[in-house]
Design a binder for this molecule. Structure first.
Ligand SMILES: Cc1cc2nc3c(=O)[nH]c(=O)nc-3n(C[C@H](O)[C@H](O)[C@H](O)COP(=O)(O)OP(=O)(O)OC[C@H]3O[C@@H](n4cnc5c(N)ncnc54)[C@H](O)[C@@H]3O)c2cc1C
Length: 229
């Protein structure tokens, strides 16, 4: 490897943001995103009912972390280094204004997640971040010289000096076996936000409907939630 290379596995929001920052903060370094599917930032597209709830107008980190069901300690650490204000300014510097709704949620003024996708894609392109799609990484080997060799499903191998794993969530712990082999400990995954997979149900026509307030309950369980959707 002549040029220093950073590989980011996963072309979602986290992967793009990491890649953009790496490209911005390094010299003589190639930054490469490897994405297993043929789509980039696909979750961002559906986020916030297609409007992308970019951040929340809460400027006190101690209060902000309380809105998350888990990971308070880790999130405090992260938010202390990149605050809500930093997020707002990051987008503002790139020409994207965010607006605040009465409940504190912040969206792009365009009301479209496409604005956020375009911003991330444009920024990555400007910084010459390389992207390869259809590359499903199944094995990582850490070499003696501290470089990494990655193997993709169906062949193909990649080398890098630094590696960022931004592969998002998965319902099954077994999906992370390839990371356990590197010596990482994987916490048992728990459900969070997810999309319903109901392709043959007419309810799909309701996609994108947003209401100021809703209460949802799963019959015969104690599970219920309420708020603006
Ligand atoms: C319906 C819905 C609405 C949401 N609304 C909001 C919102 O309004 N605001 C908000 O902040 N958050 C929202 N979220 C959550 C938000 O979308 C996610 O937290 C965020 O997109 C996660 O980004 P990520 O980059 O960590 O993971 P992902 O977006 O899941 O990206 C991971 C990428 O890695 C790829 N990958 C996985 N394994 C491999 C591999 N082995 N090799 C190569 N590539 C791999 C995947 O294909 C994927 O593209 C919402 C989520 C959902 C489902």
């Amino acid at each position: 490897m002549e040029k220093h290379r950073i590989i980011v596995i996963g072309g979602g929001a986290a992967g793009f943001f990491a890649a953009i920052n790496c490209a911005q903060l390094t010299n003589n370094t190639e930054v490469l995103i490897l994405e297993k599917s043929n789509k980039l930032l696909s979750k961002v597209r559906v986020s916030g009912g297609g409007r992308c709830n970019v951040t929340h107008a809460c400027f006190d980190n101690a209060a902000l972390v309380k809105h998350y069901p888990r990971g308070e300690k880790e999130l405090r650490n992260v938010f202390s280094r990149f605050t809500t204000t930093d997020t707002i300014n990051w987008f503002k510097e790139r020409g994207i204004e965010l607006k605040t709704e009465i409940d504190g949620r912040m969206f792009p003024t365009s009301n479209s997640s496409e604005t956020i996708i375009n911003c991330l894609m444009k920024e990555a392109d400007k910084l010459d971040v390389k992207i390869k799609m259809g590359v499903d990484i199944t094995e990582i080997i850490k070499n003696k010289d501290n470089t990494f060799t990655l193997t993709a499903n169906g062949g193909g191998s990649f080398s890098c000096n630094k590696l960022i794993i931004a592969t998002g969530g998965n319902a099954k712990a077994s999906a992370y076996e390839w990371l356990e082999k590197l010596g990482h400990t994987i916490n048992k995954p728990v459900p969070s936000l997810f999309t319903f997979n109901i392709p043959n149900n007419p309810i799909t026509e309701l996609m994108g409907v947003a209401v100021p307030f809703a209460k949802v309950k799963i019959a015969n369980t104690k599970l219920e939630t309420e708020g603006p959707y």
